[in-house]
Design a protein around this ligand. Structure first.
Ligand SMILES: [Zn+2]
Length: 258
């Protein structure tokens, strides 16, 4: 499997051999540079593709599920305007979802989080700060950020969240270490809607519906009117296909809370 550990297992001995060849036989620098370039490329691509499981193992789909279920997930809430709209739609179509919450937004709108819980959805950790520098934080800083959100949610709602999705879906060795130390259950996605980009509603709806099948995990954001409109149409499509949206814990038959 293409993972950071496996790549390093091959890369490090190869680099040593190349350097020795350079010293003893004046082996061309070109090969050493090429090797390093490949390593850097894999590291960068792996960081931005949580689905690769390059640095850590995350849950992306459960295609072995028996029922015709998928899991809709929302990142970056709670949002004062759009999260209540999402909740109304989920109720109308009898769907359940998982909300990956940002701590500093939980602090501002705990009443919305209480409503999410009351309606039987799952809540999860999506960092406290959602810092733009998330991929550059030290291990201790990542741990501090994850714990801050986890502790906040525990204090406000007496819930110890297990599920974690990194900000921007970025992963690296430090984030992987923090997840391991904090014993979190990392969650990715199998279908990324790209609903925060400039893509049209039609294009996004097509993206998330064209190949949808049982076991998929869909990533949306409860942060815009565009997503609200897409969500209603998406729920109609799911109804027609007799696919049901459930929480991540239900789809993977695991525990959302410790
Ligand atoms: Zn996010």
């Amino acid at each position: 499997m293409l993972t950071y550990k496996n790549v390093n297992r091959i890369f490090i001995p190869l680099l040593v051999v190349f350097i020795l060849l350079r010293v003893v036989y004046s082996f061309s620098f070109l090969w050493i540079n090429l090797l390093i370039l490949i390593w850097v490329m894999l590291t960068v691509i792996g960081s931005f593709h949580i689905r690769w499981n390059y640095f850590l193992n995350a849950k992306h789909s459960n295609y072995s599920v028996k029922e015709n279920n998928i899991a809709i997930t929302f990142d970056d809430g709670p949002h004062i305007e759009f999260t209540p709209k999402v909740l109304r739609l989920l109720k109308k179509y009898n769907a359940k979802a998982t909300f990956f919450l940002i701590g500093n937004r939980v602090e501002k709108h705990p009443e919305i989080v209480a409503e999410i819980i009351k309606q039987g959805h799952t809540i999860a950790n999506h960092t406290y700060s959602h810092s733009n520098n998330f991929g550059f934080l030290k291990t201790e800083e990542v741990i501090f950020d994850l714990k801050k959100n986890k502790d906040l949610i525990a204090e406000l709602f007496q819930i110890k969240t297990n599920f974690f999705r990194p900000a921007f879906g970025v992963t690296n060795p430090r984030i992987a270490k923090a997840v391991k130390i904090e014993k979190l259950d990392a969650v990715g996605w199998s279908i990324r809607s790209l609903d925060t980009t400039k893509k049209t509603k039609e294009k996004i709806l097509n993206r998330i519906t064209k190949n949808i099948k049982k076991g998929d995990v869909v990533l949306l954001h409860d942060t815009s009117q565009k997503t609200i409109e897409i969500l209603e149409q998406f729920l109609v499509v799911l109804d027609k296909k007799e696919i049901k949206s459930v929480t991540i814990d239900q789809l993977f038959n695991t525990k959302a809370y410790a």
